[in-house]
Design a protein around this ligand. Sequence first.
Ligand SMILES: Cc1ncc(COP(=O)(O)O)c(C=O)c1O
Length: 427
Amino acid sequence: MSNYSIDTKCVQGGYTPGNGEPRQIPIIQSTTFKYATSEDMGKLFDLEASGYFYTRLQNPTNDMVAAKICDMEGGTAAMLTSSGQAANFYAIFNIANCGDHVVASSTIYGGTYNLFHVTMRKMGIDFTFVEPDCSDEELEAAFKPNTKAVFGETIANPALTVLDIERFAKAAHDHGVPLIIDNTFATPVNCRPFEWGCDIVTHSTTKYMDGHGAGVGGCIVDSGKFDWMAHADKFPGLTTPDESYHGITYAEKFGQGGAFITKCTAQLMRDFGSIQSPQNAFLLNLGLESLHVRMPKHCENGLAVAKYLKNHPKISFVTYPGLEGDKYYELAQKYMPNGTCGVVSFGFKGGRTAAETFMKHLKLAAIETHVADARTCCLHPASATHRQMNDQELVAAGITPDLVRFSCGIENAADLIADIEQALEQV
Ligand SMILES: Cc1ncc(COP(=O)(O)O)c(C=O)c1O
């Protein structure tokens, strides 16, 4: 499907039925697969033949959906995971071990920050966090001899900062390591990070890709562009024999295009088993079929809401990278000229109480921890995800007590604004 537009890939990528086969992707609801001889099975275990033997590692339904996302991102190989958290964990852990170091943007999603800063630190992997708009010198200073990757989000959740992908890719490549980008908020409909030098993309498919709040999931896509062998000493897991897998050297056997995902499946999926259920993969595929139609509507509504709030007397600030005058507007225009996402953050002149009063009176927009859904939802981080922090701690974390994260769905923009308007009247 590589010559088709993203629209066509969303609808038809990943699965082409043969004569008389189902038009919709089949859900292979089976943990296991039958073989005639132990020899046949042995070939699969040795990675000598491709095929399925146990759904903890791989499942055909998942692979069809992963192939679609791979096509949409312009990659060479992809795999689904049980969640976005699993995708980011695997993407890093596939190349960074105990004693290694990773450079990451400081404005990444809080769950990913916790995964890196707390849990992966316990595993002996060190992280240095840099502001996405740090100077070149600050970025350079973050690297160490044991750095194995650079990580950031195209549009950060909930800070809505935009990563300068080319700049971060250059810094990563100057140090012989790949750039990994979580492309959840932009989706490949609005930005394809591989076109700007990124090497590996991750997704929380739970968000826009699923789009209907139906299934938690994740995805990892490899661009196939990073030359592991050229930096063989940094990535022994890919460039030397894997004794836990019959002495296979992934980069030799599967080449630049296949090594990363094969290793990730053969080792990490085998050992941790964070597989997406085939049922969820099927639901995800339904979401993907309309992603190219939904994203422009999310962006249209996001921009309309941001413009409305920008000049409202009760609003203290509006953050939306698609809004002219936003700190990240120029970067957003470069990397996402057709639109950014549907999420808008804003604050209240009346502070925390005003934010809480506003939220209470919304009728269409539901209060949820979820984001990036067809139905508009919103969150007051100070009373939800960050409620353990006092006001000073919130400011230090970049989340003011009055901040509301408003995720515009695909309803009618005028209806959303009317809902906001009536809730603002109560403030
Ligand atoms: C940008 C981003 N990455 C990763 C995640 C984690 O994804 P999941 O909730 O699917 O584990 C989230 C969740 O909100 C997110 O917004």
